[in-house]
Design a protein around this ligand. Sequence first.
Ligand code: GLN
Length: 549
Amino acid sequence: MAKYIFVTGGVTSSLGKGIIAASLAKLLQSRGLKVTIQKFDPYINVDPGTLNPYEHGECYVTDDGAETDLDLGHYERFLNTPTSQANNVTTGRIYQTVINKERQGDYLGKTVQVVPHITDEIKRRMMLLGDSNKFDIVITELGGTVGDIESLPFVEAVRQIQWELPEEDCLIVHLTLIPYLKAAKELKTKPTQHSVRLLSQEGVHPNVIVCRTEHPLNDEIKRKIALFCNVKPNAVIEAIDANTIYEVPLKMLDEGLDVIVLKKLQINGYSAPELGKWRTFLDKLSSPKNKVTVGLIGKYVELQDAYKSILEAFIHAGAINDCKVQVVNIHSEFLTKDNVNEKLKDLDALLVAPGFGARGVEGKIEAVKYARENMLPFFGICLGMQMAVIEYARNVMGWGKAHSTEMDVSTSHPVIALMEEQKKVKNKGGTMRLGAYECTIEKGSLANQIYQSNSISERHRHRWEFNNNYLNDFINAGLIPSGKNPSNNLVEIVELKNHPFFIGVQYHPELKSTVENPHPLFVHFIKAAKLFSEKRANAAVNKTQKETA
Ligand code: GLN
């Protein structure tokens, strides 16, 4: 039988509920338990797939093709285990299920109401992963902040679950903020007291209070929070700001979060935490021996969450290379033929980001051209790969008007075209080519060397593809399609010979990079950036030596 932990948030959003949930999960996993995390989001979209990155950050995609909240990325990066469709549920999905059932006549004769019908469906989904017998512990993060109108049915569902389950099978962790008032030089507990009271009014009483704070909490403050929030002082956990999210599990270990949870859930016989790999990663991360500067060329660069998984994959790949990866955000919309040299001249590598629509694509194409011509390591992901194909067609093959039909339906050379099965698609939600597909890699290619395998599986999210009508033209002109889907020949990887690192992939490798398993493409990309930076440094030394001789 699985045990259930619910993580709620109070006072404000952005306190890092996802990171606290993932850190607790990591600690429990490190003690030998099988743990999964799921997120319940109160918004009405059926999933975040139709949301603009400005609204909701990156859309994370699972192996089984769910378009999900970016917190699922954290869960996977921390736990090193895949999530699935069942791990992210929204109000929209709950209502959709209930309304479909109503139309089918499942509630015939009855009035369908928030309580019990919506709350029952929430409860069913909250218990689903636990019912699968695959996990000892299911952690559920509730999106939003306690007191929000739309999160009420979720809190009510948690209340009922807590009432139904044996006491030792369910636990509530409440994450809250302890603000510091500079003028008074004091940490304030009142917002926390209010938020716990609000939660209690809704019938749920937290067992553990995790306090996000910029300053350490002394015993007196912890006692005060404990007293007024009706928990024992050892159930008040300090979550002080960390240098990196990856430090949080160790901070929670020091605070004893996992031990208090294990005690309350009456789990005995757990082992000492096995965090060797995690600590090695953190050691490397905190003491890099080199530094590389990588350009991230995208159109949402002002919003860091839009490229969350890419940025995290750089961190994983940097650590294993003993190298700090400094990411320079370059807005593709403002990158032109005239300024490209100036804007990219100090980079050791560049990555052209995924994306949709026409805005900023010409800048992306300029960036690819610069990388190709200057032997600068290049990595194109999804739209980035498509831009590499277009750049090659235009500037090497001489098809000046080549384009993707996503941006120019009447182009003379549609080298990127809408996939056949996408032509009949009318609805926008959940209809892209989504999730994991197999890819066969050509022997002897760079991709083959990097993956050390000729068959891989990677995750996708796209509608357009490399147009195979031009396959031979590209091969003859020197662009190598080194990875293909074995069942339909869709080109998944392109690369160039006579270039130190030039790879474009139709899939999203960033979604599979974890702390314990950094993605090989990112690892080798950073390695190539290191080489480029060393070469540049040597060339500069030679130049000064010549000048002084
Ligand atoms: N817009 C492109 C497509 O749909 C690329 C998508 C992406 O970068 N995720 O094919």
